[in-house]
Design a protein around this ligand. Structure first.
Ligand code: BTN
Length: 319
C-alpha cells in the first residue's frame, strides 16, 4: 500500500485494511526498516515510504508483479546451492506450475555444459521458474528460446538498452554476455513431468572473474546505471507469461519467431558454425518454428542447426 501511495497512509487505515492491531503494523514497519526500506512515521499523518532497497524478497517481487500465474508463489533464499536444484527438488515434490525460486547468492551456481555460474551476492539475479507444460519432451527445449526472448524484452523495457539474443539463449549487450539460461527437465516416455528454466542476469556488477572478463558484462557496466533487481525479475516474468501463452497455442515457436529474429544478433550476417570436429561459415537467416537456426551456405544450401553440441560464433570473437 505504501508503494502505491505517494503520500502518508494512516496507521488506522492499515489496521482496518489488514485487520491487524497497531502493534502488528509497528512491528512490520520496524522489520521493513531493518531490511533497508526508508519509512517515515509522522504523528497524526501515518507512514510514508521514502525509498526501497534493492532487495529481491518475496514481498518485494510480489508487490511489482502483474502476472496471472508466473511467480504467484515465490521462494526466496539469501543463499542456496542453485535455484535450478531447488526448483527440481520442488518439482519432484509436486510443486505448482509457475513457482519461482530466487536467490541473492548461489554457492553451486550451474552453467550449461557442466560449467559453474559465478554467483556472488547483492548484485545479480539468479532465478528459476518451475513449469508443468502439457507438451511432448522433444518440444521442451523450445521453452529456453521462449525465456531467451522474454528476458531480452524485459531488459530492453527496464534499461532501454538494445539487448540481443545470441542463439539459442545467451543475452548480449554490446556483444558481451549479460545473461545465461539453463533449462533442465524430468520426463517420462511421452510426457513432460516438469521443466525448470534458470536465468542468471548480471545486473550491477563492476568486476568479473578473470576467465570470463573478456566476454561477460553487466547491465550496469554497459549502460552506466544501477538497476533494481526486483523490477527486472517482475518484467521477465510478465514477458514470459505472455510469450509462453503464445507458444502453448501452437506448441511451437511460430508465434514468436518474428520477435525472436528481430533481436537475434548476427541475423543476416556471416557466422561460424562449430560442430564437433567440423567448422564452416554460413549466413544466419533466423530461427524456424522449432527453434533451429537456419543458415545458408556459400553454395546456396540451407541447413538447420539444432542447439546442443553446435556453437555459432560471429566471424569476429564471441558474438
Ligand atoms: C549458461 O551457461 O549460460 C547458463 C547459466 C544459467 C545460470 C542460472 S542462475 C539461476 C539458475 N541456477 C543455476 O544454478 N543456474 C541458473
Amino acid at each position: 500500500m505504501l508503494k502505491e501511495s505517494d503520500t502518508y497512509i494512516s496507521g488506522q487505515q492499515l489496521c482496518d485494511d489488514f485487520k491487524v492491531s497497531r502493534t502488528s503494523i509497528w512491528k512490520v514497519m520496524e522489520q521493513l526498516k531493518r531490511e533497508g526500506y526508508q519509512i517515515e512515521a509522522v504523528r497524526n499523518r501515518g507512514y510514508r515510504l521514502i525509498s526501497s532497497p534493492d532487495v529481491i524478497s518475496e514481498a518485494e517481487i510480489s508487490s511489482l508483479l502483474k502476472t496471472q500465474w508466473a511467480g504467484k508463489r515465490i521462494i526466496y533464499y539469501d543463499e542456496t546451492d542453485s535455484t535450478n536444484n531447488q526448483a527440481k527438488a520442488c518439482g519432484e515434490r509436486g510443486g505448482a506450475h509457475g513457482t519461482l525460486f530466487v536467490a541473492d547468492r548461489q554457492h553451486a551456481g550451474k552453467g550449461r555444459r557442466g560449467r559453474a555460474w559465478s554467483s556472488p551476492p547483492g548484485e545479480s539475479i539468479y532465478m528459476t521458474i518451475l513449469l508443468r507444460p502439457d507438451i511432448m519432451p522433444e518440444s521442451a527445449p523450445m521453452l529456453t528460446l521462449v525465456m531467451g526472448l522474454s528476458t531480452a524484452e524485459a531488459i530492453r523495457k527496464v534499461t532501454g538498452a538494445e539487448a540481443k539474443i545470441k542463439w539459442p539463449n545467451d543475452i548480449v549487450l554490446n556483444k558481451r554476455k549479460v545473461c545465461g539460461i539453463l533449462t533442465e527437465m524430468a520426463t517420462e516416455m511421452v510426457h513432460v513431468n516438469y521443466v525448470v528454466i534458470g536465468v542468471g542476469i548480471n545486473v550491477n556488477q563492476q568486476q568479473f572473474p578473470e576467465e570470463i572478463a573478456d566476454t561477460a558484462a553487466s547491465l550496469c557496466r554497459e549502460t552506466g546505471r544501477i538497476y533494481r533487481r526486483s523490477e527486472l525479475i517482475a518484467a521477465v516474468l510478465e514477458r514470459f507469461e505472455e510469450n509462453y501463452g503464445i507458444f502453448l497455442k501452437t506448441g511451437d515457436l511460430s508465434g514468436i519467431q518474428k520477435a525472436y529474429d528481430a533481436v537475434l544478433v548476427n541475423c543476416g550476417q556471416e557466422v561460424r558454425v562449430l560442430e564437433p570436429g567440423h567448422e564452416y561459415e554460413a549466413v544466419a537467416e533466423g530461427i524456424n518454428r522449432n527453434g533451429e537456426l537456419m543458415v545458408r551456405l556459400p553454395d546456396g544450401e540451407r541447413r538447420y542447426i539444432f542447439a546442443g553440441e553446435v556453437s555459432v560464433r560471429g566471424i569476429y570473437g564471441y558474438v
